[in-house]
Design a protein around this ligand. Structure first.
Ligand SMILES: [Zn+2]
Ligand SMILES: [Zn+2]
Length: 151
């Protein structure tokens, strides 16, 4: 997710460019969506909404599933050359070859967006507290016994 912004840095403040992002390879998380790059007085403001999918473990049934996250990105990037003082900068840096790299921002937003208790689906039945059977795959013997003894 590297965007060359050499051209845009020469543009007047307020100029906007849109980029479609659609990446999926083995090294990085699959990412899809659109970002807007806004030329600001100091650098470039990146905003956008991106979708990614991470492997998660369901907190109810303990099965692995693909958890889709929506990342609402809003980060300002500053050119490496005219940054006043490193400590004053809150945000990301555009490198010497004018490449704005979204990878780190996406990584951070992914961590922030990860649910504390992911569930594979809204109606996940979870595990039987008695025998640990995954109830998404059907009832277990405990359920059958309770039903029979309840008669
Ligand atoms: Zn589940
Ligand atoms: Zn059971």
């Amino acid at each position: 997710m590297r965007i060359n912004v050499a051209e845009q840095l020469k543009q007047p403040i307020g100029q906007v460019r849109c980029y479609q992002i659609s990446e999926s390879n083995d090294q990085e998380l699959p990412i899809q969506g659109e970002v807007q790059l806004l030329r600001t007085g100091r650098g470039i403001l990146v905003t956008g909404s991106l979708k990614t999918t991470v492997k998660s473990i369901c907190s109810r049934c303990l099965e692995e599933f693909d958890c889709t996250l929506t990342l609402d990105i809003e980060e300002e990037y500053f050119p490496n050359t005219d940054r006043p003082m490193a400590e004053e900068i809150e945000g990301f840096v555009i490198d010497e070859s004018h490449v704005l790299d979204l990878t780190e921002a996406i990584r951070q937003h992914t961590l922030l967006t990860l649910p504390m208790k992911p569930i594979c689906r809204e109606d996940c039945a979870g595990l039987c507290p008695n025998c640990g059977h995954n109830l998404n795959r059907g009832p277990c013997y405990c359920a059958r016994e309770t039903r029979e003894s309840g008669k």
